[in-house]
Design a protein around this ligand. Structure first.
Ligand SMILES: [Zn+2]
Length: 244
């Protein structure tokens, strides 16, 4: 019997690709990506994920208006910092609001394909005060579908919710997730900038997992004259972290 279908929301991030790989272990997946504004690195990363993961279907939904409202209305001005800090309730609430259009479209796609699962890459870490808030968020969507839409079996899952960034890397490597096909940089360019909060948090996650970032390796190999110190430096730092 064919596996059941599940929808996976993918922003192109590291958490998204690990979530998709996890879902693939039990389901045939349908990947959904919301595209805000012009073509971005995340969007082309999503295309690469589709090529690699070979989902049952993939939808890239253009919602350019999202890029004009996300930061100004739903989230505070310092959205980057706050959303990076899982202890900040304001940040988590803002992220859950930002997630709403994606969840509703994911649900709509799932219903179209008779799928009863929606996977989100939401991640807070095990010591967050907001774990219950996200669990409830997922449950209320399920109840909404059950009580008002005659969909009693619909579940929303956030399998990475309690993991720290380095644990997402570790899990991704264990299950053979294509981590090189994920994008964390906030800038839209060919190679990650290496300086923004997204790049730094990714760098730290791989360091703490004591694993080389395959994306960093592939960008280095694209450069005409790679900096010879780059890879050994990160290995040294990783060893230091392991020793501490
Ligand atoms: Zn960056």
């Amino acid at each position: 019997m064919a596996k059941e279908l599940a929808v996976v929301l993918s922003s192109g991030s590291l958490a998204s690709v690990v979530t998709a790989s996890l879902a693939l272990q039990k389901y045939r997946i349908i990947l959904v990506h919301l595209e805000g504004g012009s073509a971005s690195a995340r969007s082309s990363t999503f295309d690469q994920q589709v090529q690699h993961l070979k989902p049952f279907r993939a939808y890239k939904l253009p919602l350019p208006f999202l890029s004009t409202i996300t930061r100004t209305e739903a989230a505070p001005a310092s959205a980057d910092l706050r959303s990076a800090d899982p202890r900040s309730s304001a940040g988590v609430a803002g992220r859950l609001i930002d997630l709403m259009p994606a969840v509703t479209l994911g649900i709509r796609v799932a219903v179209h394909h008779n799928a009863n699962r929606l996977f989100l890459g939401t991640r807070l870490g095990s010591d967050s005060n907001d774990l219950a808030r996200v669990v409830e968020y997922n449950q209320i969507w399920s109840e909404l579908l059950s009580l008002t839409c005659d969909k009693p079996d619909f579940d929303i899952e956030s399998p990475l919710l309690e993991l720290l960034p380095w644990q997402v890397v570790d899990l991704g490597i264990q299950i053979g997730s294509p981590l090189q096909l994920s994008w964390s940089c906030h800038a839209s360019q060919v190679d990650p900038c290496g300086k923004c909060a997204g790049c730094q948090s990714r760098h730290l996650a791989f360091q703490r997992a004591a694993k080389p970032d395959p994306l960093a390796a592939s960008s280095t190999s694209r450069k005409q004259s790679p900096t010879p110190d780059e890879v050994p430096l990160s290995r040294t730092q990783a060893a230091r972290l392991r020793a501490s």
